[in-house]
Design a protein around this ligand. Structure first.
Ligand code: BTN
Length: 260
């Protein structure tokens, strides 16, 4: 860590911030560093990504002016299955984004299950969590966060202009990316320590308090299924509970969710 601003991170789990001008994907770059043995708390940010990735092999539009950051964690084993690990760290990242945007800019963004940060249903950011296990032990977790900060709506690719938004659009002023990054790392530290000491419950509560999915009519598409229902709640592993019209409830750990 270097520079005056990063002094503020000295009591956090953040170990080193690697700032790149351009990279294919900060998640991929950090993945390679993780395999080389880089420690818990290694952070990679890049001004531009040439192959930024979202969930389900989506491209993450990554021109200069936004935040692209990945954080390496080597957590103790607190949760027993892969998908609840992914959920825990995805929620942790997404909650941190929503809290920081509110604290810095008094803007109430919300969470769309499972990994979106939205403002009035338009996508402001997303979280891509990837884990690697050895046997049943977690080798590492990478939380990748992208937030649309200074991209003007008219510059977004046509296929996302009506679905996405950015802080500059919502606040009508240019935002300092480093301010967002530092506040986000502090917030991630807070929720990471909470997850390690208290388990998933407080993270699920924070997600519920800040979400805009529960109570809504949704369509779910998974690899082998598609159905409609009401998003009713989360179970204690963080799976989304969807009540179908026949009254049965599905617990979902992955899939596409669309509002109806
Ligand atoms: C999504 O909404 O589908 C997740 C988007 C995650 C984008 C971030 S940007 C930094 C990190 N590097 C990537 O390639 N993806 C994540």
């Amino acid at each position: 860590m270097s520079g005056i601003k990063t002094e503020i991170l000295k009591d956090t789990f953040i170990n080193e911030i690697i700032h790149l001008k351009e990279i294919d994907s900060t998640n991929d770059y950090l993945h390679a560093l993780a395999l080389k043995g880089y420690p818990n708390g290694t952070v990679v940010i890049s001004d531009i990504q040439t192959r930024g990735r979202g969930r389900h092999q989506n491209i993450w539009y990554s021109p200069e002016g936004n935040l692209y950051m990945s954080i390496l964690l080597r957590p103790q084993k607190i949760l027993h299955n892969t998908s609840s690990m992914l959920t825990a760290f995805t929620f942790l990242g997404a909650i941190s984004c929503v809290k920081v945007i509110d604290e810095l800019y008094s803007l109430k963004a919300t969470l769309k299950w499972p990994n979106d940060i939205v403002y009035q249903d338009k996508k402001l950011g997303g979280v891509l969590t990837e884990t690697r296990f050895t046997g049943s032990d977690v080798l590492f977790v990478i939380i990748g966060i992208g937030i649309n900060i200074n991209s003007k709506l008219e510059t977004f690719p046509a296929e996302i202009t009506d679905k996405a938004t950015s802080l500059i659009h919502l606040l009508a002023k240019e935002i300092n990316i480093e301010d967002v990054m530092i506040s986000l790392l502090l917030k991630l530290d807070y929720y990471y320590k909470m997850l390690m000491s208290e388990g998933l419950n407080p993270i699920l509560k924070a997600w519920i308090l800040n979400n805009s999915t529960l109570g809504r009519k949704v369509r779910i598409e998974t690899a082998d299924n598609s159905y409609e229902g009401i998003a009713e709640g989360l179970d204690d592993l963080g799976r989304l509970l969807v009540k179908k019209s026949d009254g049965t409830v599905s617990a979902l750990s992955n899939g596409h969710l669309f509002y109806l």
